[in-house]
Design a protein around this ligand. Structure first.
Ligand code: NDP
Length: 480
């Protein structure tokens, strides 16, 4: 029997979106030098939400100067304990205004409200709480320093973030930078600037000294200006491997420190002794969470041949219950694709999968008329040479491959230029450890997937980037 759900939309009246936003520099919203702006739309309806300023080199220079002044005069001189108080205050404001923030994030990004409400916003607050705790304990972080005493901040951090977790990526970048005594110029993604601008208001509400956090909105050009600015001491980037490469070239030969968190093509490995229903939940969470717009998504399912049929049957049954639609509806499991460009990319790669001979399957589901949508999709009969097994699709599309022995599973899992994450599903603890030692991935989840915690370092091997974010290791990227 099919149960029908009544719509359960979250009210959007809780959030006030201005018709236009300036750049947040030196504690104030100001107009961009060029006078140019871009529109940010709701990917679920294509409705224009706001006009947002486009910052150019002049604006970035102003922001870096403000950050330098704040660093020299205030922030780097303040005790860790005082800095920590500001971070605690920001964390609490995020918690207090969580509902408003979750609605804003879902509107601008297209992700389901239950994810922004239960994952993005609480984790963002947790990152500020966690790093607030470190601010006066850096001396005890176990990092080696040239001089005795606390390790020293680097100076001004230039940070560029993507659109898949707009607020959470901001928290991953800004919280450790500030805790360690650095000041920040951050550029959010072109398609999802609103939560960063909301955060700028939170900085005002928390009385953060002007210039400690600067938000410069715009597109790729603006990001390039941040990365290339000669007075930036540290570059932190999350995004595509292609842009990561360009950034590595730009900073090569300079004294800038860099951390890069780039793409992934993670293997989620299911052995024949795995608890099948739990594994199926983990597969679904691994690839359909956040519409698959996740750098560590389990986009390659490696399933042991003897249970492949059973796993696929149950997976299809489970996928048939996923609800695609209005991101603000609390029943929604899969929201909108973030942009027309991303939808075109997912569509193109899926067509390539079919053309190369893989079998395509999606449950019947009605997609809304407006906005950008893609149904949850699996490809079976995928070989390692197929594009859908090698390239990051960054959408709700799973490639299924099979293996016979643990050694074959390891070989196939590692057969990728990326190395951000991996999953292992098995009843045997010894096998988990055996696999984890051999998988070339920054994070290996066992009998779970997509678990994040601010205390745990996150980052990649190979073309997934370098440096770690989160945990004690993440502090290293912001300290001398
Ligand atoms: P990009 O890497 O192009 O964008 C990430 C951020 O970098 C954005 O803020 C972008 O600005 C900015 N940027 C773009 N060009 C430059 C540059 N030359 N110098 C400095 N900053 C720059 O990712 P896309 O959004 O274009 O997505 C493309 C693909 O990247 C996706 O399909 C996916 O495969 C992958 N991706 C991976 C992510 C991850 O977490 N590993 C996250 C996002 C994407 P703007 O967006 O405003 O143009």
């Amino acid at each position: 029997m099919a149960f029908e759900y009544a719509p359960a939309p979250e009210s959007r009246s809780i959030v006030d979106i201005a018709s236009s936003y300036g750049l947040f520099i030196d504690g104030e919203f100001t107009d961009p030098a060029s006078g140019r702006s871009l529109k940010t739309v709701s990917p679920a309806t294509e409705e224009v939400l706001a006009e947002v300023a486009v910052g150019d080199e002049t604006d970035v220079d102003r922001a870096v100067k403000a950050a330098r002044r704040a660093y020299t005069r205030t922030w780097s001189r303040m005790s860790g304990r005082e800095r920590g108080k500001y971070l605690f205050r920001i964390a609490r404001i995020i918690q207090e205004r969580a509902r408003e923030l979750a609605v804003l994030e879902s509107l601008d990004n297209g992700k389901p409200i239950k994810e922004s409400r239960d994952v993005d916003v609480p984790l963002a607050a947790a990152h500020f709480f966690y790093h607030a705790g470190w601010a006066d304990k850096l001396e005890y972080a176990g990092l080696s320093t040239a001089e005795p005493g606390s390790p020293k901040p680097l100076g001004v951090a230039g940070q560029v973030i993507p659109w898949n977790f707009p607020l959470l990526m901001l928290a991953w970048k800004i919280a450790p930078a500030l805790a360690c005594g650095n000041t920040v110029v951050l550029k959010p993604a072109e398609t999802t600037p609103l939560s960063a601008l909301w955060f700028a208001q939170v900085c005002q509400q928390a009385d953060l000294p002007p210039g400690v956090v600067n938000i410069v909105t715009g597109a790729g050009e603006t990001g390039r200006a941040v990365v290339g600015h000669p007075d930036v001491d540290k570059v932190a980037f999350t995004g595509s491997t292609e842009v990561g490469r360009q950034i590595a070239k730009t900073v090569a030969g300079t004294s800038k420190r860099v951390t890069l968190e780039l793409g992934g093509k993670a293997a989620n490995v299911v052995f024949d002794d795995a608890p099948v229903d739990q594994a199926v939940e983990g597969i679904v969470n691994g690839i359909f969470f956040n519409q698959g717009h996740v750098c560590c998504a389990g986009s390659r399912l490696l399933v042991q041949e003897s249970v492949a049929e059973e796993v696929l049957d149950r997976l299809k049954r489970r996928m048939s219950t996923l609800r695609v639609g209005d991101p603000l509806d609390k029943n929604t499991d899969i929201g909108a694709i973030n942009s027309a460009e991303q939808l075109a990319k997912i569509t193109e790669l899926s067509q390539a999968g079919e053309a190369e001979g893989a079998g395509r399957w999606s449950p019947p589901c009605q997609l809304p008329e407006h906005g950008y949508w893609f149904p949850p999709t699996i490809f079976t009969g995928v070989s390692q040479a197929h594009r859908i097994a090698r390239e990051e699709i960054f959408g709700p599309v799973l490639s299924v491959l099979t293996f016979r022995t643990p050694a074959e599973a390891v070989e196939k899992a590692n057969n990728t230029p990326y190395g951000l994450s991996a999953g292992v599903w098995t009843d045997k603890g010894s096998r988990i450890l055996w696999m984890a030692q051999r998988l070339r991935a920054g994070v290996v989840w066992a009998n779970t997937f997509n678990k994040f915690d601010p205390t745990s370092p996150f980052g990649g091997y190979k073309e997934s980037g370098y440096g770690r974010e989160g945990g004690r290791h993440g502090l290293e990227g912001y300290l001398r």
